[in-house]
Design a protein around this ligand. Structure first.
Ligand SMILES: [Zn+2]
Ligand SMILES: [Zn+2]
Length: 714
C-alpha cells in the first residue's frame, strides 16, 4: 500500500472472487502492492480507465475482508483529518505477516550452551537476549549486535530455532470468574452500561469519577456483558506503561489476560493478535491508540480509559485523536463507547451538556480511601535553600512520612538532570543542531539529549566556545537532579527515578510496581508517567516540585492540563486506608487553577475555563486547524507559507493567522512556519482546506501538513 496513491481500478480475473473489504495483491508497474477492495461508488478513482487497459489482480490474501463499519471509519478519518485514505487504511493492515498464510513462524532463543568460541559481541548478545525469544532481527535489535552475530550463534547452537504456532486461539475470559461486590453507585452505573451493551446500538457515555472511585470495576461489568454475548471489547489506554497494571486487574477479574496490542509486541505476537481479532476469536483487546484501527469482526463495546489524556492525539503521520475516532467507530459499529476519566476534557463535558453523551458519575472514593488534602507551598515565602528545589515545608513532610515508613512521590514533568546547560565562563548554551531547543543533560547516560529529535552527544569536558575546562553548569531541575537532592537529604532512603528513560517497556513497569508493593522504594521521583493508573496503598505523600511548569507556553489548554495533571498525581496519594497529603510548590498560590486544586472546587474552575473558551470562540465552541509548512530550505518553506496565506479564501466566520515561525522554528533539521485557521463551529473547515491547498503547488522539498483540531502548539 502506498500512501501517495489514490484509488486504482483493476480487473478481477476469471475464477477469483472478491468482495468489498477483501485484501488483495495488485500489480503496479513492475511491483506488487497490498490493496483493499472498495465500493467504486464510495471511492471513485481519479481517472476512468478503459476495460481493455485494466490489469488483473494477482490474488486475494487469506485474511477475512474488512467489514463495512471499518471501511466507513477509514473514509471518515481520511476525510476529517485530511489524510490520504491509503495512509489510514495502512493502520488497519498493521501486521504484514498476518496477511500471509501459514500457521507457524520460526523464532529463536538461547539454549544455555556456550558457543565453542566466545567473542565480546557474542557475550554481549547472549547477556542481553537472556530468556527473550523472537526473530533473528528482533534479537539483534535487543542485543544491539548485527544479524550476523545472531546467525553465528545459531550455527554454534548457543541459539536454537523453534516453531511457534501463531494461530492458536487465546484463552477465553470468564465473565463469572471473580464477580466483584460493587457499591450502590458502582452497581447502578454498571447496570446502565450493561444495558447499553445488550441494546447493541451506538451510545456514547462519560464515566466520570475521581481517581480511586472504582471506574475500572464498573466498565469491567460492561466488558463481562459483551463477553457473555460473544462480542468483542476494545479498551484503549493512553500509555504502554499502563498495560501491565491493567493486565493484572483484568486477570484477577476474568481469570486470564486480554489480548494486548502495542508497539512492544514481537512480530509473531502481532500476527497472532491481528488474526484472532479479525476472526472474532480475541474477545477483549487492550491497547494503545493504534488498536483502534484493527479489524474487529464483531465489536460490542469500546472503552477509552483516562480519556482526557493528550497522548491519545497522534502527532505524526495521520494526525487523529483516538478519543474522537473511537466515538466514530462506535457509531459505525453500532456499539456503546465509554469515555472514563477523573478529569474529563472540556470538549467531553460540553458533549454531555448539550445532551449528546450520557453521563455516569461515581461520587467519592471506593472503600475507606478519602481524597487527599491539597495545600500550596508559596515558594516566595518558603524558598528552598540555594541550589536546592525542595522547599522546607515539603522537606518536613517527607521526614514525617518516612518516619511512619510510608512512601513519597515527588512529581516533576521534566526528564533528565537539567533542562539547560551553559558555560559559566562565556555563557555558551548547548543547543540542538537540528532543532530550536536546548540540549537536556542526562547524567544517567552521561549525554546531552534533544527531547524533540533524539539527537544525543557526550557531555564535553571543555566548553566548545571558550575551551575552558570544568566550566559547564546545569540550570534548573530535572528528575535526575531531584534524585541527587533526595540522596543528599535522605541518604538512607531507597529512591527510584521513573521516566520514559527508566520505564520503557511493560516489563520495566511491572518491575517498578513490584518494587513499590514490596516496600523496596521509599521515594519515587517521576514524570507524568507515574501520574496515572497505579495503586500504591502505602503512598501517602505527593510533592509537586513545580506546579507552575505547565502554565507558561500560551497553549489554549494550559490551565486545564495543569489541573488534570495535578489532580491525577494527587490521586496517587492515600489510595488505601491511610489518608494522603499533597503539596504544590508554586510561585502563584493565588492563581485560579491553584485555588481550584486547593479548595477542590473543580466545577467552578471548569465553568470559568469553559466561559473563557466560549468568549474566544475556541474549541468546543469554534474550530482550529494548523497548517505547518516545513523544509530544510528555509526560503522555500517561507515562500510556500506566504503563498498559502496570500491565497486564503475570504469566508465569513473564518480567520487565518500567520505565517509565523513555529514555536520550534527548526525541528529535526527542517525549518517550520505555521498558519492557524480559526473558524466558527458550523463551517466545514476540511472542505475549505481541501479546495484552498488543492489549488496550490509547492516544491517537492517542501512539506505541508494539516493538523485538524491541533493539541500541540509546538
Ligand atoms: Zn565557554
Ligand atoms: Zn533536536
Amino acid at each position: 500500500m502506498n500512501a501517495a496513491l489514490g484509488p486504482l481500478d483493476y480487473r478481477v480475473p476469471h475464477g477469483m472472487t472478491v468482495a468489498p473489504g477483501s485484501i488483495v495483491v495488485a500489480p503496479l508497474g513492475p511491483r506488487q502492492l497490498t490493496g483493499i477492495v472498495w465500493e467504486p461508488e464510495r471511492l471513485p478513482s481519479d481517472a476512468e480507465v478503459g476495460d481493455n487497459r485494466l490489469r488483473n489482480l494477482v490474488g486475494v490474501l487469506p485474511a477475512p475482508p474488512l467489514g463495512a463499519p471499518l471501511r466507513r471509519l477509514i473514509e471518515w478519518t481520511a476525510n476529517y483529518y485530511l489524510a490520504p485514505t491509503a495512509a489510514v487504511a495502512r493502520m488497519t493492515l498493521a501486521s504484514t505477516s498476518a496477511l500471509e498464510g501459514g500457521r507457524t513462524i520460526t523464532e529463536y532463543r538461547a539454549t544455555g550452551i556456550p558457543p565453542a568460541r566466545m567473542t565480546p559481541q557474542r557475550e554481549q548478545a547472549l547477556a542481553r537476549i537472556g530468556d527473550r525469544q523472537g526473530l533473528i532481527r528482533e534479537l539483534a535489535i535487543a542485543a544491539e549486535v548485527s544479524d550476523g552475530v545472531i546467525r553465528g550463534l545459531v550455527k554454534t547452537r548457543a541459539i536454537e530455532a523453534i516453531e511457534v504456532a501463531i494461530d492458536s486461539p487465546f484463552a477465553l475470559p470468564d465473565p463469572g470468574h471473580a464477580v466483584p461486590t460493587l457499591s450502590a453507585d458502582q452497581h447502578d452505573a454498571a447496570q446502565a452500561l450493561v444495558a447499553a451493551v445488550e441494546a447493541r446500538d451506538f451510545e456514547p457515555w462519560l464515566l466520570d469519577g475521581v481517581t480511586g472511585s472504582g471506574k475500572t470495576e464498573v466498565y469491567f461489568e460492561a466488558v463481562a456483558a459483551a463477553i457473555a454475548a460473544g462480542r468483542q471489547s476494545l479498551v484503549l489506554l493512553p500509555e504502554i506503561a499502563l498495560t501491565e497494571p491493567f493486565l493484572k486487574r483484568f486477570t484477577a477479574r476474568f481469570g486470564c489476560e486480554p489480548v494486548a496490542w502495542h508497539s512492544g509486541l514481537r512480530q509473531s505476537q502481532r500476527r497472532r493478535a491481528w488474526r484472532q481479532i479479525a476472526e472474532g476469536q480475541a474477545l477483549v483487546t487492550v491497547g494503545a491508540r493504534s488498536a483502534l484501527f484493527l479489524p474487529y469482526a464483531n465489536l460490542g463495546l469500546i472503552v477509552v480509559d483516562e480519556a482526557h489524556e493528550t497522548s491519545f492525539k497522534q502527532e505524526e503521520g495521520v494526525h487523529y485523536h483516538a478519543r474522537d475516532v473511537a466515538v466514530m467507530r462506535g457509531l459505525f459499529e453500532k456499539c456503546p463507547v465509554v469515555l472514563a476519566s477523573a478529569t474529563p476534557a472540556i470538549e467531553t463535558r460540553h458533549q454531555v451538556a448539550i445532551g449528546r453523551y450520557k453521563e455516569l458519575k461515581l461520587p467519592g472514593r471506593y472503600g475507606a480511601a478519602e481524597m487527599p488534602e491539597i495545600a500550596a507551598i508559596d515558594l516566595i515565602e518558603h524558598p528552598p535553600e540555594r541550589g536546592r528545589w525542595i522547599a522546607p515545608p515539603l522537606v518536613t513532610a517527607i521526614d514525617e512520612t518516612l518516619a511512619r515508613q510510608e512512601q513519597v512521590l515527588l512529581f516533576l514533568n521534566r526528564r533528565g538532570y537539567a533542562p539547560l546547560t551553559l558555560c559559566r565562563t562565556c555563557g555558551h548554551r548547548f543547543q540542538c543542531p537540528n532543532c530550536t531547543a536546548w540540549m537536556v543533560e542526562h547524567r544517567l547516560i552521561h549525554r546531552l539529549a534533544c527531547h524533540h529529535c533524539g539527537h544525543v552527544e557526550p557531555v564535553p569536558r571543555a566548553c566548545p566556545e571558550c575551551s575552558n575546562e570544568d566550566s559547564l553548569v546545569a540550570c534548573g531541575p530535572g528528575v535526575e537532579r531531584i534524585a541527587d537532592e533526595v540522596a543528599a537529604l535522605w541518604p538512607d532512603a531507597k529512591a527510584a527515578v521513573v521516566t520514559s528513560d527508566t520505564i520503557w517497556s511493560p516489563a520495566k513497569a511491572a518491575e517498578f510496581v513490584h518494587r513499590m508493593e514490596a516496600g523496596d522504594i521509599d521515594i519515587v521521583i517521576g514524570t507524568q508517567l507515574v501520574t496515572k493508573g497505579y495503586h500504591f496503598p502505602n503512598l501517602t505523600l505527593v510533592g509537586v516540585i513545580d506546579a507552575d511548569l505547565g502554565l507558561d507556553g500560551g497553549d489554549l489548554r494550559a490551565a486545564e492540563h495543569t489541573f488534570h495533571q495535578i489532580m491525577q498525581v494527587s490521586g496517587r496519594a492515600g489510595r488505601g486506608e491511610k489518608p494522603g497529603r499533597v503539596f504544590l510548590q508554586t510561585h502563584a498560590p493565588g492563581a485560579a487553577v491553584m485555588q481550584a486544586l486547593i479548595t477542590g472546587d473543580a466545577e467552578s474552575f471548569y465553568a470559568a475555563e469553559t466561559e473563557a473558551r466560549r468568549d474566544a470562540g475556541a474549541p468546543p465552541f469554534g474550530r482550529y486547524a494548523a497548517i505547518v509548512v516545513s523544509s530544510e530550505d528555509k526560503d522555500a518553506a517561507h515562500a510556500t507559507a506566504l503563498s498559502i496565506a496570500r491565497t486564503a479564501p475570504r469566508i465569513e466566520g473564518m480567520q487565518v493567522y500567520g505565517p509565523a515561525p513555529a514555536p520550534l522554528a527548526m525541528l529535526r533539521g527542517r525549518h517550520r512556519f505555521r498558519l492557524l485557521v480559526h473558524a466558527r463551529r458550523a463551517l466545514d473547515v476540511q472542505d475549505v482546506l481541501r479546495d484552498w491547498l488543492g489549488a496550490l503547488d509547492w516544491k517537492p522539498k517542501v512539506r505541508v501538513a494539516v493538523d485538524v483540531d491541533p493539541y500541540s502548539f509546538v
